[in-house]
Design a protein around this ligand. Sequence first.
Ligand SMILES: [Mg+2]
Length: 382
Amino acid sequence: MRGFRAALARAASRSRAELQTAQRRHPSDLAHRLSHSGASPASLSFGIAFDIDGVILRGRSPIGGSPQAIRRLYSEDGSLKIPFLFLTNGGGVPEHKRALELSELLGVHISPSQVVHGHSPYRELVNRFEDDLIIAVGKGEPAAVMTDYGFRKVLSIDEYSSYFRDIDPLAPFKKWIVQKADHKVHPSYDVFEERVKGVFVLSDPVDWGRDLQVLCDILSTGGLPGSGRGDQPPLYFASDDLEYQAAFPSERLGMGAFRIALESIFNQVNDHQLKYISYGKPNPFVFKNAANILEKLAMSIYPCLLQTKELKDQHLSTIYMIGDNPKVDINGALKAGPPWLSVLTRTGVFRGKDNDPHFPADLVVDTVEDAINCILEKECIQ
Ligand SMILES: [Mg+2]
């Protein structure tokens, strides 16, 4: 591992200009090494996971040379050459929609299987909540995402709240609400009798004040606002990011901040502690799931390898996590352990000169383009 890190560090020490000069000088050599790597069993040896916010995009704008960096992972005919995926704690829209959006922004074809959101693991819970009423919280289309996963009785917190008159005493003062959601006059389910059996936070809540109130109601009463106290229904968070890098120059409060607010308030108004489960990076489960997806991708890129028995069970020997948040991306890769290696960029949450003191990455670079240059250089040398 030490030699591996040293090789990465050596590659990183080369400036981007040097790499570009080398490519100009020996284009066929580099192309040969890449294509050789792409055609041999060695091509299965590595995969890449990209964080999105602060690495690939800021808001909706590509950053750090991300379009050209990602394009290097494709062959000239547009087919995928290197297995990679996006591993983000963000979400709020179905994976197929996010794949389409990323394809447009980056100018390559991204398949839905290459998008892993913080809430993607919720699909594994469909059987448990098959016929139960559940509430989906967050910006975007949280209810559509859960329905897409196979949950049958889903209401967004917007719709659910709208059926309970006066549940949000501040609603009349919210003059900024210019567009009312298109809610049915009558709910699809008997929300005044049927208890909510699960609450799923998929993305950053929009109306914190109302959501804190309504969630405290649901979670304190056993799933029926306005009724007496009852057992807390299960509560899930898609991630626990305290802050994230969006379009504003400094970080914004994320889902982890909302979780802290909800937990503090719930614990004050109840005589027991809030129970919850958080997914998303740095949870090692997320990295294991991503590794499985990358291995399947590798097999789909090189189907002939499936016929080779020894390679059937082969795992990727290296998976690079490229992220901007030491606490989330780098910590996650560290916790996951081999085959994960971490690359920290300076385009988002992290802006330090050296490495992060608490969660040091295997490699620190300025941009995602630098990261890809180093990785490809390193993999081609081998
Ligand atoms: Mg990020």
